[in-house]
Ligand binder design. Structure first.
Ligand code: 13P
Ligand code: SF4
Length: 303
């Protein structure tokens, strides 16, 4: 049954000149039919250069918006209209405009998990894989980092020479992991290396042997000579690693760390997007798109 739907998708996407992009957190059966799978940074960079006329983004809304910003000539379909990212909705343009007035000499660095509207007033975007490098390179020693306080704290710790102002936003899923959970996992698997996403709280991150994006965590685990790993991010990463590296052992740090938004898209949704009966086409005013594009272009230039 799954194979049949996958075969229909593969046939239709070729006939209709469609590229399917999938974030690493979506269901495995979707990643199997995707043309490209990766973390937020890789998906953003890839989307600007795909040859197909239509892109179906299997992920969350801000990712589909990013594709539209970078490739306005393409039809961009969000695979399931309910798939938002709670963090991206936490702060709006009006709020950040007020904060900017209080800190006029700070560069505004926005995690890519923000709306297109908010990106229009930011100086540069970052992803979890590029945040430290971009904050290091940007031509300002004062940084207002939005919206993720945990990623912001991690970056600030790596760059003590810069001054950071953080606001209290973040990923509700990653923030669920407590220090107690990490210590329990380490006690249960003392030989395992601890790999953690920087959206986790600082008291969790401090126990990590490696901190990085979803792709960073996967690459680290695949290339490592170690055999056991505790994975501190969405559960699909531990599952995929276990599938790809059967000779190693992967333990999810929290079995309930599931992003329901990333999991909102089903294989049938993707098929229906291709048939034109489901999904949401992303549209954007040209002025807003050009404003938002500046900080994504800056991210790609510095990243
Ligand atoms: P990365 O894709 O940068 O690892 O971020 C994870 C995430 O939460 C995406 O929303
Ligand atoms: Fe948003 Fe967190 Fe889900 Fe990523 S894991 S999409 S930050 S809610």
């Amino acid at each position: 049954m799954i194979k049949d739907i996958q075969n229909d998708i593969i046939k239709l996407k070729k006939e209709k000149d469609v590229c399917i992009l999938a974030h690493s957190y979506v269901a495995q059966e979707i990643k199997e039919i995707a043309d490209f799978t990766g973390d937020s940074f890789a998906l953003a960079v890839k989307s600007a250069n795909v040859p197909q006329k239509t892109v179906i983004m299997c992920g969350v809304r801000f990712m589909a918006e990013t594709v539209k910003i970078l490739a306005p000539e393409k039809r961009v379909i969000l695979s399931n209209p309910i798939a938002g990212c709670p963090m991206a909705e936490q702060m709006d343009r009006e709020l950040i405009e007020q904060v900017k007035e209080q800190y006029p000499d700070y560069a505004v660095v926005a995690y890519i998990n923000t709306t297109a509207d908010l990106k229009t007033i930011c100086d540069v975007c970052v992803t979890s894989s590029s945040a430290v490098e971009i904050c290091r390179k940007i031509d300002s020693d004062k940084i207002l980092f939005i919206p993720d306080i945990n990623l912001g704290s991690y970056v600030a710790q790596q760059l003590p020479e810069k001054e950071f102002k953080l606001l209290s936003g973040g990923c509700p899923r990653h923030a669920m992991i407590s220090e107690k959970k990490v210590l329990e996992a380490i006690k249960a698997h003392p030989k395992a290396k601890v790999l953690v996403h920087p959206e986790c709280k600082p008291e969790v991150v401090k126990h990590a042997d490696y901190v990085g994006s979803t792709s960073g965590i996967m690459n680290f685990a695949k290339e490592s000579k170690d055999r056991e790993f505790i994975i501190g991010t969405e559960i699909s990463i531990a599952e995929e690693l276990q599938y790809e590296c059967p000779d190693k052992k992967f333990y999810p740090m929290a079995k309930d760390l599931i992003c329901s938004n990333m999991k909102a898209t089903t294989l049938v949704d993707v098929l229906n997007c291709l048939k034109g009966t489901f999904g949401e086409e992303i549209t954007m005013e040209e002025e807003k798109r050009l404003q938002a594009k500046k900080c994504i272009d800056e991210m790609i230039r510095l990243g």
